[in-house]
Design a protein around this ligand. Structure first.
Ligand SMILES: *[C@@H]1O[C@H](CO)[C@@H](O)[C@H](O)[C@H]1NC(C)=O
Ligand SMILES: *[C@@H]1O[C@H](CO)[C@@H](O)[C@H](O)[C@H]1NC(C)=O
Ligand SMILES: *[C@@H]1O[C@H](CO)[C@@H](O)[C@H](O)[C@H]1NC(C)=O
Ligand SMILES: *[C@@H]1O[C@H](CO)[C@@H](O)[C@H](O)[C@H]1NC(C)=O
Ligand SMILES: *[C@@H]1O[C@H](CO)[C@@H](O)[C@H](O)[C@H]1NC(C)=O
Length: 555
C-alpha cells in the first residue's frame, strides 16, 4: 500500500516542585495522494477522486487530543481542499479547509494540515470543499476514541465498522459543476451507495459489507456523505442501539430504523443475536419524489443461507413520516451522567441557564439571479472571494474583499438575493441562538464549523419568541448538524468562544455551491495566543494578501 501512518510520541516533561509528569499528546502523521481513478459505486464506471488509491479514502482513527498531521498532495487538475467537518479546530480556523479560511492546494502542490482533536470524541468524516469534488469522492471517516482512562457508557464492541452511505450521481463532478455554473439544478441522484458499492436484493455476487460472529456486539459508525437526500437505514432482523451522535453520548435507546440526514453521523451497536446466515443492511431515501434504495450483505461467520428477500419496511413518508422523524430527533437525549472527552459528566455544562445575547434567524431561499439558479439566506447568496475571508481579515484588508453583516439577522421579504461573500460579525464569547426557518418544500440540513451547538428544538410551522418555552434546555444533544423539515423550524444555541472564520452551510452541496452558506467571523480583539493561533509560518497565501507584508504574530 502507498499510504503509511506513523505515530510519534512527542514527549514533554513537566516538572512541578519535585515531581515530573509526562505530558504531550501523540501525533499521527499521514501522507495522502489525491488522484483520479475509476470507481463504480452504482455499477457504472466513472472518474472518481481517490486518496492513496482508495474510495472511500483511508480512515483517520485517533484518540481525543491527538495531534493530526496530514500532508495532502493534490494530483488532480483543479485546486483542492479537504475539511474535517465536526472537528472543532480550537483557535485554529487556519486548518479548517474551507475556501473562506484558507487558500486551495493548487494542482501538483501539497499542503500539510496540522490540527488537534482537542476535547472531542465521536464519529465524523472529511470531504472536499472545493467545486463539486465531493460528488466524485475524496471522502473518508474520522473516528475519535475516548482516552483509555475515561470510561465509555457501553462495553467495548467486538469490532467497529465504518459505513459511509449516501445518494450518488453517475455524472462526474465536472459535469455536475458545469450544470450548476450554467444556472440549472443537478436534479435527482441516480442511486444510493454504501462504502462505494450498491447491490440489489438477490444479487449473488454482492460482496459482504462486513461479517458478524454470533453472540458478539459490533459498533457501526454511520455517516450520510451524500449530496442531497436524507436516508433511513436498518438491518434485517436486528435492532440498532444508538450510543453516540456527532460527539455526544446519548441516552441509549433501541430503534428498528434510523433517519440520517445529509452530513450527519452516529454510532450504533448491533448485537449478532440471530440465526447465523446473511442479513441485509438497507439504506433508502427519505422525502424524495423518486425513492431510491440499496442493500448490502452482513454475513455471519459459519452462517448458513442467503438473506431473506423480505426487507424491513421503511418508515412512513409525507406528513406522517415527518412527524415520525421529528419524534425520533426528540428521542435523542444527552446522557447527563456519562462523560464525553473529559471525565466530568456532560450534564455539568448547564447551557439552559445561559442568557441569549443574540438571535440570528435565517431562512433558506431558492430564486434566480440573471436567469440563473441561486440559493440564499436572508437575501444574500454567498460567493467565495479570491482572497480567503480569514486572510483578508487577518491582514486588515477585509474592506477590500467583503462587507460585514450584509445579511440581516431576520429573513427578508421575497426571494431576491444579493450575490456577495456573506460574512456575519459574530461577537467573541456571545451566547447565540440560531433559528433555521425552512419555507420551502424540501428538507434542509445545516452544519456549523468551529463549534458544537445544542439542538434544542425542531417544530412544524414558523418560529416566534414564545416557542422558546418548548426548547429542551436540559438534555439536548451537543452536535454540529441539524435538519429542518419542510415548512418547519429548528433552533440551536452555542457560545462563540472559538475565534476564527467559521462556515455555516447547507449540507446540500448544490445549495452550498450556489450560495446557501455564510461565514461567522469571530474575532478576539486581543490578538492573543490565548484566544487564537497566529497565521502558521507555512500557510499558503493567495489573492491580494500575497504581496502584503505579514502582520505581526499574536503574542
Ligand atoms: C483505532 O484506535 C483505537 C484507539 O486509539 C485502537 O484501540 C484501535 O486498535 C485502532 N484501530 C485501528 C484499526 O487502527
Ligand atoms: C510538501 O511535502 C514535502 C515532502 O513531504 C514537505 O517537506 C513539505 O513541507 C510539504 N509542503 C507543505 C506546504 O506542506
Ligand atoms: C448514561 O451513562 C452512564 C454513565 O456512563 C451509564 O452508566 C448509563 O447506562 C447511561 N444511561 C443510558 C440510559 O444510556
Ligand atoms: C440573565 O437575565 C436575567 C433577566 O434579564 C437576569 O436577571 C440575570 O441576572 C441574567 N443572568 C446572567 C448570568 O447574566
Ligand atoms: C463586530 O462586533 C463587535 C461587537 O459588537 C464590534 O466591537 C466590532 O467592531 C465589530 N466588527 C466589525 C468588523 O464590524
Amino acid at each position: 500500500m502507498v499510504f503509511y501512518t506513523k505515530m510519534i510520541f512527542a514527549v514533554l516533561f513537566l516538572c512541578f516542585s519535585a515531581t515530573c509528569v509526562i505530558a504531550g499528546d501523540p501525533t499521527l502523521e499521514f501522507e495522502w495522494k489525491v488522484t483520479y481513478g475509476t470507481i463504480a459505486p452504482l455499477g457504472v464506471p466513472q472518474q472518481g477522486i481517490l486518496i492513496n488509491g482508495q474510495f472511500p479514502g483511508p480512515a483517520i482513527n485517533c484518540t481525543s487530543n491527538n495531534n493530526i498531521v496530514v500532508n495532502v498532495f493534490n494530483q488532480l487538475d483543479e485546486p483542492f481542499l479537504l475539511t474535517w467537518a465536526g472537528i472543532q479546530q480550537r483557535k485554529n480556523s487556519w486548518q479548517d479547509g474551507t475556501p473562506g479560511a484558507m487558500c486551495p492546494i493548487l494542482p501538483g502542490k501539497n499542503y500539510t494540515y496540522r490540527f488537534q482533536v482537542k476535547d472531542q470524541i465521536g464519529t465524523y468524516f472529511y470531504f472536499p470543499t472545493t467545486a463539486l469534488h465531493r460528488a466524485s469522492g475524496g471522502i473518508g471517516m474520522l473516528k475519535v476514541h475516548s482516552r483509555p482512562l475515561i470510561p465509555i457508557p457501553y462495553d467495548n464492541p467486538a469490532e467497529e465498522y465504518p459505513v459511509l452511505l449516501g445518494d450518488w450521481y453517475n455524472k462526474g463532478h465536472k459535469t455536475l459543476k458545469s450544470i450548476l455554473d450554467s444556472g440549472r439544478s443537478i436534479g435527482r441522484p441516480d442511486g444510493i451507495q454504501i462504502n462505494g458499492q450498491s447491490s440489489k436484493v438477490g444479487d449473488a455476487n454482492a460482496k459482504p459489507l462486513f461479517t458478524f460472529e454470533a453472540g458478539k456486539t459490533y459498533k457501526l459508525r454511520v455517516c450520510n456523505v451524500g449530496l442531497r437526500l436524507s436516508v433511513n437505514f436498518r438491518v434485517q432482523g436486528h435492532t440498532l442501539k444508538v450510543v453516540e451522535v456527532e460527539g455526544s453520548h446519548n441516552v441509549q435507546n433501541l430503534y428498528d430504523s434510523l433517519d440520517l440526514h445529509v452530513g450527519q453521523c452516529m454510532s450504533v451497536l448491533v448485537t449478532a443475536d440471530q440465526t447465523p446466515k446473511d442479513y441485509y443492511f438497507v439504506a433508502s431515501s427519505r422525502f424524495a419524489q423518486h425513492p431510491l434504495s440499496t442493500v448490502a450483505v452482513i454475513r455471519y461467520v459459519n452462517g448458513n443461507g442467503a438473506a431473506s428477500p423480505e426487507l424491513p419496511p421503511p418508515p412512513p413518508e409525507n406528513t406522517k413520516g415527518i412527524a415520525w422523524s421529528i419524534s425520533q430527533f426528540r428521542s435523542f437525549r444527552w446522557n447527563l451522567t456519562s462523560n464525553a472527552a473529559r471525565p466530568n459528566p456532560q450534564g455539568s455544562y448547564k447551557y439552559g441557564k445561559i442568557n441569549i445575547t443574540r438571535t440570528i434567524k435565517i431562512a433558506n431561499s431558492r430564486s434566480s439571479s440573471n436567469g440563473k439558479l441561486r440559493f440564499g439566506i436572508n437575501g444574500v447568496s454567498h460567493v467565495d472571494a479570491e482572497t480567503p475571508l480569514k486572510l483578508a481579515e487577518y491582514y486588515g484588508v477585509a474592506d477590500k474583499v467583503f462587507t460585514y453583516n450584509l445579511m440581516k439577522d431576520e429573513p427578508q421579504e421575497g426571494d431576491k438575493v444579493e450575490v456577495a461573500p456573506n460574512v456575519v460579525n459574530g461577537t467573541y464569547r456571545n451566547f447565540v441562538e440560531i433559528i433555521f426557518e425552512n419555507h420551502e418544500k424540501t428538507i434542509q440540513t445545516w452544519h456549523l464549523d468551529g463549534f458544537s451547538f445544542f439542538a434544542v428544538a425542531i417544530e412544524p410551522g414558523r418560529w416566534s419568541p414564545e416557542k422558546r418555552k418548548n426548547y429542551n434546555l436540559l438534555d439536548a444533544l451537543s452536535r454540529n448538524t441539524i435538519q429542518v423539515y419542510p415548512n418547519s423550524w429548528a433552533a440551536v444555541m452555542t457560545t462563540l468562544d472559538n475565534a476564527g472564520m467559521w462556515n455555516l452551510r447547507s449540507e446540500m452541496r448544490e445549495r452550498a455551491y450556489l450560495g446557501q452558506q455564510l461565514y461567522l467571523s469571530v474575532v478576539s480583539e486581543a490578538r492573543s495566543l490565548r484566544d487564537e493561533y497566529s497565521l502558521p509560518e507555512t500557510q499558503e497565501l493567495c489573492g491580494i494578501v500575497k504581496s502584503l507584508p505579514k502582520p505581526a504574530p499574536y503574542t
